[in-house]
Design a protein around this ligand. Structure first.
Ligand code: T46
Length: 140
C-alpha cells in the first residue's frame, strides 16, 4: 500500500494490492499492510442516498474504509482542517485515524462500505459531541 495526498489528522489514501488474473481479482489485506492488528471487521450497506452516518471521532480506534462496491464520500475533520474524500473502488482504502471527526454521505445504492478496525466495538471510545471533540482536539 502507498499513500498519496495530505488529509486531516494523518489520514491516508491507500492503494491496495490487486492480485488479478483471468479468473478475476483478489485483494489481500494483512495486519502488516493495515498498520495495526486487525481486531474487527464490519460493513455498512443498504444506506439511503440521502442518509448521513458517523458524526463522531474515536479516541483510539484506527480504521481503514473500503468501498468494496459502489461509492460514498467521507468527510474528515481533525479540528483544524477538513477534507471530503470520495472512495469509489475496491482497490482504494481510506485510513480513519483517532481524533478525526468523520461523516459518511452520498452513498450509492449499491455501496458496501467495509471497515477494518484495530479494536473491538467500544462505545466508550466514541466522541459523539462535536463541541467536546473540538475541545479535546484543541488540547492535543
Ligand atoms: C465508524 C463509522 C465509519 C455494533 O454493535 N458493533 C459495531 O462494531 C459497530 C461499528 C456498531 N454497532 C452498533 C452500534 C449502533 O447501535 O451498530 C449500530 C450503528 O452504529 P453507528 O450508529 O455507530 O454507525 P455509524 O455508521 O454512524 O458509524 C460506524 C461505526 O460505528 C464507527 O465506529 O467509525 O461507521
Amino acid at each position: 500500500m502507498d499513500e498519496q495526498l495530505h488529509l486531516p489528522g494523518s489520514c491516508r489514501l491507500l492503494r491496495l494490492p490487486v492480485r488479478g488474473d483471468e479468473r478475476g481479482k483478489l485483494i489481500p489485506i494483512e495486519a502488516a499492510d493495515a498498520g495495526f492488528d486487525i481486531e474487527r471487521v464490519y460493513y455498512i450497506y443498504g444506506t439511503p442516498a440521502d442518509a448521513e452516518r458517523g458524526f463522531h471521532a474515536h479516541k483510539e480506534l484506527r480504521q481503514i474504509a473500503i468501498a468494496v462496491s459502489g461509492t460514498c464520500s467521507i468527510e474528515l475533520d481533525d479540528g483544524r482542517e477538513k477534507a471530503s474524500v470520495t472512495i469509489d473502488h475496491p482497490s482504494v482504502g481510506l485510513t480513519i485515524e483517532p481524533m478525526v471527526w468523520h461523516v459518511m454521505r452520498d452513498f450509492s445504492e449499491d455501496c458496501v462500505l467495509l471497515l477494518i478496525a484495530s479494536a473491538a466495538y467500544d462505545e466508550a471510545d466514541y466522541i459523539r459531541d462535536y463541541e467536546r471533540f473540538l475541545a479535546v482536539a484543541a488540547e492535543a
